[in-house]
Design a protein around this ligand. Sequence first.
Ligand code: ADP
Ligand code: MG
Length: 319
Amino acid sequence: MTEFELIRTFFASPPLARADVAVPVGDDAAAVDVPAGMQAVLTTDVLVAGVHFFEDVDPAALGHKALAVNLSDLAAMGAEPAWFLLDLTLPRVDTAWLAAFAQGMYALARRHEVQLIGGDTSRGPLAIAVTAVGLVPRGAALRRAGARPGDGVYVTGTLGDAAFALAERTGTPRCTAAERALLDERLERPTPRVVEGLALRGVASSAIDVSDGLLADLGHVLAASGVGARLRLEAIPLSAVYRRHLHEIGWEAALAGGDDYELCFTVPAANEAALAALAAERGLAVTRIGEITAGEELAIYDETGRRYEPARRGHEHFR
Ligand code: ADP
Ligand code: MG
């Protein structure tokens, strides 16, 4: 199969055709309509075999994740996803692998009505880069620099399951097959919090997605905003599986583990009732874990009021 046939077979007719795509896959570049009064929000993320995923991972899960991590960045900006581009370097053309990869990617794309509009394909070590584009009303993007003392600190979903899944693979602690399946799902098929991100427009004062661990990512918000935070350890939301194994795994995976793709955001006191109402009405899982403070410290206290010192603060690629 030539490069051209490969593109035609798997990527030239995505399952969704948006009315705002003027020039789809097949030309030198794509063209799209940005509605008046809206801004395009652009993000890209690369996944490299051996660094971000195991080479033998389920290709459908990989297709899902390559798009999901980008939709997560758009969600953190409060942007509605619209289009994406896909750059692939492949060591060989494996049509079964590509079909599964495309299926996983398109299933998520359909769910969020986001259309593949272009990309590039080359031979090389296995790596996948997705560039996603979303839309926000002009000036409405959620930023990292907006947190103010007194704001509540919140997260969506539960934290630490992906890091727990990795720890479990290397042997500790031991889980049942059903528990492992739940954890692997969280690691390999993260749910981008697109609905939550859109709901936070006009409500949150800052937002970020948790890809490198809560403390590291909240740390970016604090640095950008010039503030500190006080967190309640026991308020950090955990899945039922994580909670069952908390005595073995401890809080580290939830505080500093990567790959959660939940949102961490801050809400001014005046908006907290509105957030609670919105969450109840739309069935959104959001948990208040602390508040923003003056100063620059990120401090965690346990239920006895004692200061908790985490062993490490997050994932760093070049450490
Ligand atoms: P060019 O040489 O002009 O860069 P290519 O031959 O690389 O064009 O690509 C032809 C068309 O196929 C372009 O519209 C490009 O966006 C699209 N394309 C190439 N690879 C991919 C891919 N992996 N996914 C989606 N579209 C792709
Ligand atoms: Mg090209």
